[in-house]
Design a protein around this ligand. Sequence first.
Ligand code: 4AD
Ligand code: MG
Length: 436
Amino acid sequence: MDPLKDKFVPIGEILQGGHTGKNVKIRGWVYRQRTSGGLAFVVIRDSSGVVQCAVKKDAVGEDAWKAATEIFLESSIMLEGKVREDKRAPGGFEISGTHAQLISKGEAFPIAKDQSVEFLLDVRHLWLRSQKLSQIMKFRDYTVRCMRDFLFEKGFFESSPPIITKSACEGGSTLFEMDYFGEKAYLSQSGQLYSEALIAGLEKVFILAPSFRAEPSRTVKHLAEYWHLEPEMAFYNQKMNMELQEDMMVNLCHRLAKEQEELLTALGRNPKDLLAIKAPFERLDYGKAIEMLQAKDFKIEFGQDVGADEEFELTKDKSQPVFLCNHAKEFKAFYMREDPNKPGTVLSADLLAPHGHGELIGGSERIWEYDELMMRMKEQKMNPKDYGWYIDLRKYGSVPHSGFGLGVERLVKWLLNLDHIRDCIPFPRTINRAYP
Ligand code: 4AD
Ligand code: MG
């Protein structure tokens, strides 16, 4: 057998019954192996499924018997045989092997049962083969696909922001600084400022790129590098912005519940919970939230940011996401437009996930007029020289516009009800880890 030239059947097709009674060739990795006397069971996995293969010593040649027995977990292997239905086999099918051949035997696989979280993170490059992580990575892919589909259908163009930048978007405290040919530059915290430039040509644009945050704390919700979906829309006010987010979330949850029922169930999430997500989401005014929190003895004043404990309090009993709106302007980003009907607050909304999973989306209507932007930058003691190009956008045919940023891993963490954000990205970067 030749792993590149022969015709191989995806294991998933076998499990659907499509090849019963037929001779097939499969290729993949050894998931389990057990030999008793002259009978070897090799369980083989590929990206589409796992199937048990039975190999009889006296029915195959010496090489094939060796390939079925003298192997390690995760050795790569090809096998040929006849598919039969077998209720006792996991998945309901078994292949009676007539030939087996190793692609690469390799060495003893270092991951056994019950290993520590830290060890599994050290061997992340191998642990990614596990059923659980493979399933989460597939689910993450479907999640991103659904959101892309949704935005394309709404007339958006996808574009790409720079990753190296001189313009801080979300304040100085979480910037990763770098040496750029002898000058100071940063890894991007958000592509928003650049998508604001793109809307004058494209009107509705989204970017999906990594964002970097030097988050100083160790939490289950923060990564130092995460994937950020950022739509930006010309001629949208904050109301339209929030309705778009709602629409995208409901569409996503329903599509995943219907199309990925099996994956959701395998990962312990009831698809019905996602099917129950419905618009409109509650709009909770920031000022009201502060009063509610004070009534529960939280030490928080109007004008202070809502922390993790407060977020948990506000969402612990909710089954639907909640928009926390109209934040006090002093702690929000410089680009958010002041609400003309509620001076002192901005046209902002953070979409909070149920049960304390945290902020899924941060969005706002942007300041689009030159004078207002200059005034706000002065209030926030920012140097307009650092943002010359961004200010320019308000000089040449500026229009009202809004947008939002969604953390892909935060979203997946909530959708799958996972304990920790690190399992929502293949190679997590956190305060104490940038390896492997
Ligand atoms: O609320 P943030 O900081 O907003 C922005 O960056 C805006 N410029 C977005 C925009 O309007 N285009 O970040 C947006 C989202 C958060 O709601 C959260 O989901 C995610 O990005 N996020 C993180 N995810 C993982 N790890 C971190 N350290 C994150 N920081 C933010
Ligand atoms: Mg935010």
